[in-house]
Design a protein around this ligand. Structure first.
Ligand SMILES: *C/C=C(C)/C=C/C=C(C)/C=C/C1=C(C)CCCC1(C)C
Length: 246
């Protein structure tokens, strides 16, 4: 009987110092709760904001499903779930680019801007995956290419076309755009840190600080996916109350 139980254990044991396992578990729960929150609040907003809230919910929902698998994968193998991690990102990060486009649509944003951001984000992630999973010897080089794509995104939203559109829109849209810009500049910068902690290279000192790649990624995801969604939620709340007051 004993052995049957250990063989078919449904819930993995978790060591008290398993920070990776812990952050996967909490991350999973947080993403689920955030998705319920965004989906259920959708109908409180004016029609034109509903798609933005829907996308916020999709981002955390897609992450919740991947966290479910990553939590399991880690508990079973005690190994980074690199594949699931990047599948999650390659779906959710482009959706964050869509979010930028959706809020700037009121100022006349074109689809080409959205596709440009999506393209750069995919380049950033695919090259990151190569460095982490395929050619770890050249992780620094893949990380560098990924970093260039990242800075191209930062440039477009901070100083380029997206910034111009946000300024044309003004008001709440401009404020929300600015906050999202900070998320990308500071919040997204958490990820290259995780990458440096988890891949070999001249920067290996980062790993010596005792930082773990998956813990860093998990914290980054919680901040960025849920935080990003809340900024959009806030914008939709303010914009909807203004129109109903008018
Ligand atoms: C929800 C997931 C998000 C917002 C993921 C963002 C990921 C990045 C900004 C990753 C960036 C990377 C670099 C800039 C260089 C090293 C490789 C990456 C992929 C970790």
């Amino acid at each position: 009987m004993e052995s049957l139980f250990t063989q078919f254990q449904l819930v993995a044991r978790m060591a008290t110092d398993d920070y990776v396992g812990f952050t996967f578990f909490v991350g999973c729960m947080a993403m689920m709760a955030a998705s319920a929150f965004f989906f259920l609040s959708m109908n409180n907003f004016d029609k034109k904001w509903r798609t933005s809230i829907l996308v916020s919910g999709l981002i955390t929902f897609i992450a919740a499903v991947h966290y479910w698998y990553m939590r399991d994968y880690w508990a079973t193998n005690m190994e980074s779930p690199t594949f699931f991690r990047y599948v999650d990102w390659v779906l959710t990060v482009p959706l964050m680019c869509v979010e930028f486009f959706l809020i700037l649509k009121v100022a006349g944003a074109k689809r080409s801007l959205m596709w440009q951001l999506i393209f750069l984000s995919v380049v950033m992630l695919v090259t990151g995956y190569f460095g982490e999973a395929v050619q770890r010897d050249a992780a620094w080089l893949w990380g560098l290419i990924s970093g260039i794509a990242y800075f191209a995104i930062v440039y477009i939203i901070w100083f380029g076309k997206a910034k111009q559109l946000a300024e044309n829109a003004g008001g709440n849209v401009l404020k929300a755009h600015k906050t999202l810009c900070w998320f990308v500049l500071v919040g997204w910068a958490i990820y290259p840190l995780g990458y440096m902690a988890g891949t070999p290279g001249w920067y290996s000192g980062v790993a010596d600080l005792g930082l773990n790649m998956d813990v860093i990624y998990n914290i980054g995801d919680a901040i960025n996916k849920i935080g990003f969604g809340l900024v959009v939620y806030n914008l939709a709340t303010q914009a909807s109350s203004q129109t109903s007051a008018a």
